[in-house]
Structure formats: C-alpha cells, structure tokens
Design a protein around this ligand. Structure first.
Ligand SMILES: CC(C)(COP(=O)(O)OP(=O)(O)OC[C@H]1O[C@@H](n2cnc3c(N)ncnc32)[C@H](O)[C@@H]1OP(=O)(O)O)[C@@H](O)C(=O)NCCC(=O)NCCS
Length: 321
C-alpha cells in the first residue's frame, strides 16, 4: 500500500474541542514557522495563535473547527467562517512532516461540506499567491483566482484624528449592533453578513465595533480586533469597514471610522495597525496611502463556488483571519 493511501486511511477528521487548544496552537506555529523558513530562507519562529481567537472560532461555529488526528496526535487543523451566505476557510495548516499526503485536501473537503451545509452559496478563501504549492493546492481543488487582497500597515502615532460622528457599540447593545452590521453588510453584498463577527468581537471582548448613523439609518461600521495584547505583536487589525454605497460622501464616513479604529488602537497601547482588503476600485488604495498606510504584501482571493462583488468603493473586507 502506498504511503499516501496509508496516511489517508490512518487520518481521522473530527470537530475540535477546547482540550485540543494547545496542540492546535502548536500545529499552527510549527506549520507557519516552517513555511516562513522555506519562503524567506531563514529561521523564524511564528508566535502561537491567540487562545482567545481560537475560543471565539469554537464559540461561533463549533462544527466548523476541524482537526486531523493520526494515532491520537493532532497533525492538522482548519477553521470555517460563515458570514451570511459567504463562507470561507482559514487558517488551514498541516504539520510539515505530515504534508503532501492528502491531509490538507481532506481538511479542505470537510470545510467545504460544512460551509455548504450551513447554506453558503459563495465559498472561498485567501492565500499567498507567490507560493506555488498553495496555488497548486487550491487550483487543483477547484478554486479559481479572484481579486488580489492587499495587506497594508500603519505605524500609529499620537495625532489629532477626527472621529466625532462615530459611536461605539457595547456589549449591552449587541442585538442592535448586529442588526446594524447585518444591514450594512447586505448593502455591500446581499449575501454578506458580518454580524457573527461583530457578535464574537463584543461577546469575547476581542476589540470594538464602531458605527456612524445620520439619524435616519446607519451609514457605516467598522470592526476592530485588539485582542492580541500581551499575546502577540503590538498590532491591532481592522477586520472590516462597511460603508453604505448609497451614502453621498462615502470617503468621509470611511475616514471617520478609520480614525476611530486608529484612536482606539493607540489607546490600547498598539503601535501598528494592519488591514487587508481588495483594491477592486483603486481609489481605496489612494485613500489608504493618504492615511499613511504602506503596502506590506498581497494575497489572492480564491473562489470555489458563487460570484462575489461589492457595492461601493470604500469598504474593507477580507476572507482571512
Ligand atoms: C497548505 C497545506 C495546508 C497543504 O497541506 P498538505 O497536507 O500538504 O496538502 P495535500 O497533501 O492534500 O496537497 C498538497 C498538494 O501540493 C502539492 N505540492 C507540494 N509541494 C509543491 C510545490 N512546491 N509546488 C507545487 N505543488 C506542490 C502536492 O503534490 C499536493 O498536490 P497533489 O495532491 O496534486 O499531488 C500545508 O502545506 C500547510 O500547512 N502549509 C502552511 C500553512 C499554509 O500555507 N496554509 C494555507 C494558508 S491559505
């Protein structure tokens, strides 16, 4: 029997539990450190993924957190995310010594089945397009290339930032916050719903949810993650900025929401802010340069099923963790 078939037969996929936390964090650390070594040619030890973020994945979608086990040892893991009818997978990782034996593809297949069962009509992910292995892995699994997503970073300093029109949603206003975020998500793409992400930020204290309202309805919202404090690099990350495409001055709404994220990051003692988005309309790239963000890299969005396009040009969205 070939090594590949033997390893596939010995591999058991199951839902992750909290008891798997440490092993899953280690798998991620080892897989990404190994990838970095091959990619940049020198040793680099990746920080372990924050426990808090994995706990939030487990709380939001327990059936979408999958581990691959071989003889009682966790050798791979994958996480699914359901944002309305848009579903994506990530992170997905396999221990280097167990790679190239079909375990990654087994995990990916289970994720796709899970996302389909959860009603997702658009299924995709984001990956590093300069890695031949990753491109081959996803293309040969039926994923087609979508838009590029940019990774941009800003060093944040004390400066006067205007976010006067912005209101912060607190845990007490969770239902109201989710309703606003759903409404704005649907305005950007009818299939999209960032409400579960907003709920997880508020209920797990991962960061902040900001909204702008003109009294007649929401104009925009921003989801900020600051949870890494003490556990990882001094970064926060802007997970989403959604601006109602019918807003007459989207740039102004966007700027205020970005300022709110930057101000809060400073208050939390962060020195850098990271964000990912698709520059489908290049005006957004210019806006980010104006706000002193610099380009750090790019990923490729890959789509297995469905079509996906956003209304408006002042949005930040990414299918990556
Ligand atoms: C991506 C990853 C999860 C894949 O896991 P895996 O168990 O190795 O995946 P599989 O064995 O199912 O498939 C790997 C495929 O890549 C191919 N491959 C391996 N090295 C390659 C290379 N240098 N160039 C092109 N293809 C390559 C294998 O031949 C196999 O393809 P095949 O089934 O058509 O023969 C794993 O490599 C990993 O953990 N990488 C680090 C983290 C990462 O990049 N995660 C994905 C982020 S989006």
């Amino acid at each position: 029997m070939s090594m590949l078939i033997r390893k596939e037969r010995e591999t058991r996929l199951r839902a992750m539990t909290l008891d798997d936390m440490e092993e899953v964090r280690e798998v991620g650390q080892i897989a990404w450190s190994d990838l970095a070594m091959h990619d940049i040619g020198r040793k680099f030890r990746y920080p372990k993924r924050s426990e808090r973020i994995i706990e939030s994945y487990l709380a939001t979608d327990p059936g979408g957190c999958i581990v691959a086990e071989m003889n009682g040892k966790i050798v791979g893991s994958a996480f699914c995310h359901v944002w309305g009818k848009v579903g994506w997978t990530g992170p997905l990782e396999v221990l280097p010594t167990y790679q190239d034996h079909g375990i990654g593809r087994m995990l990916l297949n289970v994720c796709e089945t899970h996302l389909t069962e959860r009603g997702c009509t658009t299924i995709g992910l984001e990956t590093m397009s300069h890695l031949a292995k990753n491109l081959h892995f996803y293309l040969s699994s039926g994923y087609r290339p979508g838009p590029t997503t940019l990774i941009m970073e800003k060093v944040i300093r004390r400066e006067a930032l205007d976010s006067t029109g912005v209101r912060e949603i607190t845990r007490r206003d969770l239902d109201e916050g989710m309703e606003i975020v759903s409404k704005l998500s649907h305005a950007v793409n009818p299939q999209l719903d960032y409400a579960p992400e907003a709920a997880s930020i508020l209920s797990k204290a991962l960061g902040n949810v900001f909204v702008i309202d003109d009294g007649e309805g929401p104009l925009g919202c921003a989801l900020l993650h600051t949870y890494q404090r003490g556990e990882e690099a001094p970064y926060s990350s802007i997970k989403a900025v959604l601006v109602d495409p019918r807003t007459p001055e989207p740039r102004s709404v966007f700027d205020q929401l970005m300022s709110a994220c930057e101000t809060r990051s400073l208050e939390e003692g962060k020195t850098k802010l990271l964000t990912r988005f698709s520059p489908v309309d290049t005006r957004i790239y210019k806006v980010m340069l104006d706000r002193s963000y610099s380009l750090r890299g790019a990923n490729l969005r890959m789509i297995k099923r469905g079509e996906y396009a956003e209304a408006g040009w002042c949005n930040i969205t990414s299918w990556a963790g």
